[in-house]
Design a protein around this ligand. Sequence first.
Ligand code: FAS
Ligand code: PHB
Length: 394
Amino acid sequence: MRSQRSQVVVVGAGPSGLLLSHLLAARGVDSVVLEARSQAYVGARVRAGILEHSTVEVLREAGLDGRLRAEGAEHRGIHLHWPGERHHLDFVDLVGRSVWAYGQTEVQKDLVAATTARGQEVHYEVTDVALHDLATDSPHVTFTDATGLARRIDTDAVVGCDGAFGPSRAAVPDGVRTTWERTYPFSWLGIMADVAPSTDELIYAWHPDGFAMHSLRSPTVSRFYLQVPAGTDVTTWSDDRIWDALALRLGHGQDGWELTPGPITDRSVLPMRSFVQTPMRHGRLFLVGDAAHTVPPTGAKGLNLAVADVGLLAPALVALLRDGDPGPAGSYSDRALRRVWRCTHFSWWMTSMLHTGEDPFDHQLQLSQLRWVTSSGAAAAGLAENYAGLPLEL
Ligand code: FAS
Ligand code: PHB
């Protein structure tokens, strides 16, 4: 077994793992990143599309916002739509903050480029990652590298950036961890299409048949979602069925607006679930992003929450490992969870307002809420504050 030492071991090279490694290196704290998949696989995963204000600020401070500002699209707000009505909420007018349409795949490319340029040690296609002695000040991690060699890293801190199904969550002992979970009775069927967006900013649509969203990735690539029953087999939705449902739910033909279809280049069904695992620290193990929480994507919070965790944890680890101050690391979990629960509630609130079931009473409640949110400045500001992004510290 080959042994080495690093101040931090990061499990997972998704956005949170690479961003954390980048921020630590910039402050003189070394780390090694371990990733189960190949760099190409991680980079190709189609996921989030909206960066909130605080995410853009974290990326700017890290010097990672260049391509975002050159190739991304700054959005002032979103459109809320239901049959016969469409209203724009202008976040800049309401709360002075915008959001950016810039796919997670692009963020990942920027992070890979930055960590590669810095010579960051990232091991892809590793197996058998195991975390040891987490409750001591001298934990270690063992794994098998891509060549099949058994490896050991002695470290001062382990950070689980390994998503909802990685080993870090489970490394918190049963008697220590609590998991709150909610599974929704529906999923999102998501498609990527090679067609210019039919909208300037995102459309979130309520319809008796189910929720729909028109998002985008670039001036020539659009992203769409449809609410479908949980467990839907994506192959049961033909292209025509998808486009017909999107046209109906998004209001094609209403007030002269038309949805332009195009070739579908990617399609998948995303289950809608939410969980929060506490605490987000156990000994020298820290949990970040989807390793500690996931939210339904209706509030565009998944990636943004992961970045917010990193924005809190990076300075805390620097204080602990470089400056000998255990304070910020000690309070990391409580500080992060305040924002996690706020964003979990907002994601639930947006999901409950926009996704339809069979009960017509619920439909009337949802329509009343949509009319309130689009007619009351106070209500609209509440949505805008949560969607455009809250401060890192609540
Ligand atoms: P990630 O899951 O991105 O990264 C975790 C990494 O850890 C992965 O690369 C994984 O391979 C690695 N890993 C796992 N086990 C490991 C092991 N044993 N050893 C080493 N490495 C291991 N959010 C939105 O806001 N909008 C969306 O539309 C949206 N769509 C999504 C669609 C899907 C299918 C999924 C799963 C999530 C989606 N999300 C969306 C949420 C998503 O963006 C996450 O919030 C975001 O990727 C979180 O980033 P990380 O915490 O870095 O976790
Ligand atoms: C996306 O573009 O993928 C997207 C945008 C907003 C959401 C969810 C997904 O709330």
